[in-house]
Design a protein around this ligand. Structure first.
Ligand code: SF4
Length: 220
């Protein structure tokens, strides 16, 4: 509830900032507004809520909400950043060549099937109209991500790409500096690595990702 409250508050503050406000005494959302701020306690209901979400401007251009998929009690959760157009059209996560690359990483290095892990994104909607995603949209949508983490309770979270690491941890250190480390958070470990779409363009980084996934195996 706290995350959604913060997301709503941030959204309102960004709106006020865009209108030219530098300071405000407004208190738009109160902790007492339970119905507005409560997120459901099952992944199915959370997905349903996201499907009807209009908390940020990305809802205007989406065809489908692309929610997380996989094992609801997975030990490993992969977090990417933004759904692609192909995923927006299909309403399913990590499709295309990037999806195939992720599946290969899971199967060949972790010796697991895609169905045994949980895969999600920071954002649930594809930024069709506004190509550049504003940081407020990441912060707003994070409420869903944190609830997914709370419900799945993974032991290890693999962040795919810099934005996934930054917005999950609020640590804005460059990925190349944190990659190779395991960051301990309350209840789970974070292993930052490269995004499969980055690997498609930069195959020489596959070795680093291989080592990161070996690190994940050791943690389990
Ligand atoms: S991106 Fe997230 S916060 Fe924005 S409309 Fe979609 S589900 Fe809601």
């Amino acid at each position: 509830m706290k995350n959604l409250h913060n997301a709503l508050l941030l959204k309102q503050l960004y709106q006020l900032k865009n209108l030219g406000y530098r300071y405000t005494d407004e208190r738009p959302y109160s902790h007492e507004e339970k119905n507005l701020l409560e997120l459901p306690n099952s992944l199915q209901a959370l997905k349903q809520q996201a499907k009807n979400c209009h908390l940020c401007s990305l809802s205007k251009g989406r065809n489908h909400v692309v929610f997380g998929e996989g094992n609801k009690q997975a030990d490993i959760m992969f977090i990417g950043d933004v759904p692609l157009e192909i995923e927006d059209n299909a309403g399913a996560i990590f499709l295309g060549r990037g999806g195939e690359m992720l599946t290969a990483m899971i199967e060949k290095v972790l010796n697991l099937s895609r169905e045994q892990v949980y895969i999600t994104n920071l954002l649930k909607c594809h930024p069709l109209l506004s190509k550049e995603v504003h940081e407020s949209e990441f912060h707003t949508c994070k409420a869903y991500l944190f609830k997914e983490i709370k419900l799945v309770k993974p032991k290890v979270i693999v962040t795919l790409g810099e934005r996934a690491y930054h917005y999950l941890t609020n640590d804005f250190t460059a990925l190349k500096e944190v990659r190779g480390r395991v960051i301990q958070k309350e209840g789970y470990s974070v292993v930052p690595t490269y995004h499969p779409n980055f690997l498609l363009k930069n195959p020489s980084f596959k070795r680093e990702v291989f080592l990161d996934l070996k690190r994940v195996k050791k943690l389990l």
